[in-house]
Write a protein that binds this ligand. Structure first.
Ligand SMILES: [Zn+2]
Length: 122
């Protein structure tokens, strides 16, 4: 079983077709719409109209649990998404590092996201 046209949508970041399945913890996971019978790490099946359930095959007890007869293996879209790659370096924490090239007076370190608090008069 594969997700049908009404169940898939294009990923906002890479336009690849994805669908969402409900995990056992109650959160939604984006999966590639095309099944991957060999390397997919998520088993998913349609439970009702436009509702897919999924479970991880990497879990410790994944082997002991009976497979749903309609389960197919899918890949988490986070593994294949070309649009949002995690950055290799942690971004600078505001206020902990000062850019040496910043022109003087342009900005105070750590003040970028701070809104000055003023008491209202009266
Ligand atoms: Zn994507």
């Amino acid at each position: 079983m594969e997700p049908n046209r009404r169940e898939v949508r294009a990923c906002d970041a890479c336009q690849k077709l994805i669908f969402f399945a409900l995990t056992e913890n109650g959160s939604w996971q984006a999966l590639d719409a095309k099944p991957d019978p060999q390397r997919g790490t998520i088993a998913a099946y349609r439970q009702g109209v436009r509702r897919w359930l999924c479970r991880s095959l990497l879990a410790d007890d994944a082997d002991q649990r009976p497979a749903h007869p309609l389960e197919r293996r899918f890949t988490p879209h986070a593994q294949t998404c070309a649009g949002r790659k995690p950055s290799a370096t942690q971004p600078t924490i505001p206020g902990f590092a000062v850019e040496p090239s910043a022109p003087p007076g342009s900005s105070q370190p750590g003040s970028g996201n701070v809104i000055p608090f003023r008491r209202r008069r009266g």
